[in-house]
Design a protein around this ligand. Structure first.
Ligand code: SF4
Length: 429
């Protein structure tokens, strides 16, 4: 069925009306009466829900998070993110079916009228097409969802994190884990040793990914190469992987054909890899679709970097960005808001800002501010206790963020660079 919006009038006994169904754009959504909506991927898997001013997102690994705006101390508005468990989670997942069941029943019985909305993308599908679409959604019962989670884990090791603008990327686990894996604040990849897939393994992974997603792959507009430093592999192997991707997919602005299309290739990168990839290799990667890399800079204050066991000095990060930019690769520079507590509050800001000023960033690049999150058993907590660092309170984190924003907006060289929030709690794949 083609992309568009359809509006249905139902009888009052069949539930809220009108019902708006958005098809193939690039997921399916069903809105019941305007303030309650459910989104499903193109295979019909529950994807997101919105009701009572609360947002929910179901991950492919079966987790469900709720994100809601709340007002905290001193009237500060912030997003609260919570993992749903037990009956609350199963109830939410059932809701994806139960709330569309009356619509499905009404359409099946022909108890509806198509409503003209004047929307430019309005479509008027016949009853069979509508019934078939709702049936696709309705077919995802508990057993099928559970089996899908198992299928997902056969294809992927945990997808630990993506940058906020890549949450809807097609994740390709070209390497596993982080070859360094020792930064004290990071536990994303502690569960796996670093490994690179060989050519055959890479092809098998691509086939498995395509098979798993099915039609829902069309919701994914970019390719993200994981895990933490996929571009670290030897240059000839790296170029071969990019060639394979280009044979298989249409990447960037190439003439349309029947291959799956993606707007570009993205990846995390570390300072060491960013500084040492040769200009020639980087230029070839750019020609093969590499658009942006995301660099966990964290802080430009070298004594703090040392205590955090962050590899590379600030100057090396600056050189990595220069190298990447000269080859035409955009960068996303990630800074940790609140790292080093009150002890480093000023020096972290001062030296990080000076480093950003030394980077040739432009309007194609991004700066991400990510609040430091510290779990109970993290190495960061141990180091912080040993060094006598306090964790910043919510108000202090807010204050440091405001200082960042003011400094970045008022700086002649940096004011054109987009700045975005990077809340790692909100990520699920
Ligand atoms: S912050 Fe990056 S380099 Fe450091 S351990 Fe985590 S993934 Fe590896």
């Amino acid at each position: 069925m083609r992309k568009g919006i359809v509006a249905l009038e139902l009888d009052s006994k069949d539930g809220p009306s009108p019902v708006y169904i958005k098809l193939n754009a690039p997921a399916h959504s069903v809105w019941l009466g305007g303030a309650e909506g459910y989104t499903y991927d193109l295979e019909g898997r529950p994807f997101a829900a919105f009701f009572n001013e609360r947002r929910f997102r179901r991950a492919l690994d079966g987790r469900v998070i709720e994100t809601v705006w709340v007002t905290g101390a001193r009237g500060l508005r912030h997003r609260r993110v919570r993992l749903l468990e037990g009956e609350e989670k199963s109830g939410l997942l059932r809701r994806f079916r139960e709330r569309v069941q009356p619509v499905y029943a009404a359409v099946s019985a022909g108890r509806y009228r198509l409503r003209k909305t004047g929307h430019p993308h309005e479509i008027q599908p016949d009853r069979d097409a509508l019934r078939q679409l709702l049936q696709t959604i309705f077919a995802w019962d508990d057993a099928r969802l559970a089996a899908d989670v198992v299928a997902f884990h056969r294809v992927y090791r945990p997808v630990s994190i993506l940058p906020p603008d890549q949450y809807l990327a097609l994740y390709i686990q070209m390497t596993l884990g982080c070859y360094y894996n020792r930064c004290v604040f990071c536990d994303f990849y502690r569960d796996r040793p670093y490994r690179e897939l060989d050519d055959a393994g890479f092809l098998r992974h691509l086939e498995a990914v395509e098979h798993y997603f099915g039609h829902a792959i069309r919701m994914r507009k970019t390719l993200f190469l994981g895990d933490a430093n996929a571009l670290h592999m030897p240059a000839d192997a790296l170029l071969r992987r990019f060639e394979i991707l280009n044979q298989r997919y249409r990447i960037g602005r190439r003439a349309a054909d029947d291959r799956l299309a993606f707007s570009g290739i993205y990846s995390f990168i570390d300072a060491f890899t960013g500084a040492h990839l040769s200009r020639d290799v980087l230029t070839q990667l750019t020609r093969l679709g590499l658009r942006r890399v995301y660099l966990g800079f964290e802080t430009g204050h070298d004594p703090l970097r040392h205590l955090l066991q962050k590899p590379g000095k600030t100057q090396q990060v600056i050189e990595a960005v220069q190298n990447l930019k000269q080859a035409g690769v955009c960068v996303g520079v990630i800074l940790l808001n609140g790292i080093g507590g009150r002890t480093f509050f000023e020096t972290h800001l001062r030296d990080s800002l000076a480093a950003l000023q030394a980077m040739p960033l432009d309007a194609q690049d991004m700066i991400y501010l990510s609040d430091l999150m510290v779990c109970e058993d993290s190495d960061y907590r141990t180091v912080a206790q040993r060094q006598g660092w306090d964790l910043l309170s919510a108000e202090e984190l807010h204050a440091q963020r405001q200082q960042w924003l003011r400094a970045l907006r008022s700086d002649e060289r940096l004011r054109h660079v987009k700045v975005a929030n990077y809340d790692i709690r909100e990520f699920v794949y």
